[in-house]
Design a protein around this ligand. Structure first.
Ligand SMILES: [Cu+2]
Length: 358
C-alpha cells in the first residue's frame, strides 16, 4: 500500500511545495546551512518556546462510547510546528497534531463515519497530512489530506473495523515528521464496547534524533544522519523525557488499590519497537497490535509494540506503590528518557507483598 502511494504523494508534494522534496535530501527546515566564512553571518538566534508543554495529558481521553447506533463524528486535526522543551534546558522544534505528542486521542465506534478537517496553519513551514490505519482507502487518507501551509482539506471515511490504530503524517519525509511528533491514536470501539475500567491512560512512544548529545543544553536541531542510522538522542513517552514521572509533570495517573486501569499505547517510532513492560506489575489482559476483535492474552510481562502499531492493556493494582511503564530495552529508560509512572495508593497488603518480613 505504501509503495504504490508514495510516488503519488511525492508528486503531490512537489506540485504544492518544494519544501518536502528538498527535505528528502536533508535540507529540512532545521538542517544546518552551509556557511560562507568570508562574509559576516547574521546572528544565529535560538528559537524561543512556543508552548510550555508538548506532552499529551495521559488522562485526556474521550469517555467510552455510550451509543448503540452509528454516528457522524467531526474531527479537526491541525499540524502545528512548535518549539518546546524535551527536558529542562533542552529545546526542539516539534511537528505535532494540535500542539501535543501524541496527537489527540480520537474515539469512535465501529461503523461511525468520520468527517475530518485537516487545517495546515498559515504560519507553518511544511506540507503535512494524515494516514489513518483505521481507514480503508488510498494512503489511509494521506493524499486527500495533503496540504501546504494555509490550506485546509477534508476527508470522510467509515471506520469499518474495530481496534486501536495509529494515525501519522505520511509526507515524503514521513520518518522525519513522525520523529518530530506527528502521530497519535484512533480507537475504534467494537460495537459491544470495551470492558469497564476505572481509569484510562494514553501513552505514545517515539524517538527524537538531534544534532547534540542527550541532555546537552540549548536548542537541538533535527538530525537526518542519526535518524538514518537509527541512533536516537531521546526515546520518550508523550514527547518529552520522563514527562509523566514525579520528576516531570507528575505520575501519568493516580489510582487506588483495587482499581483497574487501561493503557492505550501507540508506538510512533519511526524506527524502534517498544518492549512495553510495567515494572512491578503485569499486563493482566493485553490486545497486541490493538487488535480488539481477537481475545486478549493474559498476564503478559513484556509486549513488543512495533512502530506503526498499538497495544491495549489492562492493569490491576492489588498493592500500593508506583508502577513504571517502560520500554524494556532499558538503556532507553536509564539514558534516553523513556518512562512513565502510575501511582497506586491504598492500604498495605503484607500478605501479598511485604518488603520487610520479620
Ligand atoms: Cu507532517
Amino acid at each position: 500500500m505504501f509503495d504504490t502511494n508514495r510516488r503519488r504523494v511525492l508528486q503531490g508534494a512537489g506540485a504544492m511545495s518544494g519544501l518536502a522534496l528538498a527535505g528528502c535530501t536533508g535540507e529540512a527546515p532545521s538542517a544546518e546551512e552551509p556557511t560562507n566564512e568570508t562574509e559576516p553571518q547574521p546572528q544565529q538566534t535560538e528559537p524561543t518556546l512556543d508552548v510550555d508543554r508538548v506532552a499529551a495529558e495521559p488522562t485526556d481521553i474521550p469517555d467510552p462510547i455510550d451509543r448503540d447506533e452509528p454516528a457522524e463524528v467531526d474531527v479537526t486535526l491541525r499540524p502545528e510546528e512548535v518549539t518546546a522543551e524535551v527536558e529542562d534546558g533542552v529545546t526542539f522544534t516539534y511537528m505535532t497534531y494540535n500542539g501535543q505528542v501524541p496527537g489527540p486521542f480520537i474515539r469512535v465506534r465501529q461503523g461511525d463515519t468520520l468527517n475530518v478537517t485537516f487545517e495546515n496553519p498559515e504560519g507553518n513551514d511544511l506540507p503535512h497530512n494524515v494516514d489513518f490505519h483505521a481507514c480503508y482507502g488510498p494512503g489511509g487518507g494521506a493524499e486527500a489530506t495533503m496540504t501546504s501551509p494555509g490550506e485546509t482539506a477534508h476527508l470522510k471515511f467509515e471506520a469499518q473495523y474495530p481496534g486501536a490504530f495509529i494515525y501519522h503524517c505520511a509526507v515524503p519525509n514521513m520518518d522525519m515528521h513522525i520523529s518530530a511528533g506527528m502521530f497519535g491514536m484512533i480507537l475504534v470501539e467494537p460495537k459491544e464496547g470495551l470492558p469497564e475500567v476505572d481509569q484510562e491512560l494514553y501513552i505514545g512512544q517515539h524517538e527524537l534524533y538531534t544534532n547534540k548529545e542527550t541532555g546537552a543544553e540549548g536548542h537541538h536541531k533535527f538530525d537526518m544522519e542519526s535518524m538514518a542510522a537509527e541512533e536516537p538522542t531521546y526515546v520518550v513517552m508523550n514527547g518529552e523525557a520522563y514527562a509523566m514521572t514525579p520528576d516531570g509533570y507528575g505520575h501519568a495517573a493516580e489510582v487506588e488499590t483495587g482499581q483497574t486501569a487501561r493503557v492505550f499505547m501507540v508506538t510512533g517510532g519511526p524506527n524502534l519497537t517498544s518492549s512495553f513492560h510495567p515494572i512491578g506489575n503485569v499486563w493482566s489482559d493485553i490486545w497486541a497490535e490493538g487488535a480488539l476483535s481477537s481475545d486478549p492474552e493474559r498476564n503478559v510481562q513484556t509486549k513488543p509494540v512495533a512502530p506503526g502499531s498499538c497495544a491495549v492493556a489492562t492493569m490491576d493494582f492489588p498493592v500500593p506503590g508506583a508502577v513504571k511503564l517502560v520500554d524494556h530495552a532499558l538503556s532507553r529508560v536509564a539514558r534516553k528518557g523513556c518512562m512513565a509512572t502510575v501511582n497506586a495508593t491504598g492500604e498495605e497488603r503484607p500478605e501479598l507483598f511485604d518488603p520487610e518480613p520479620q
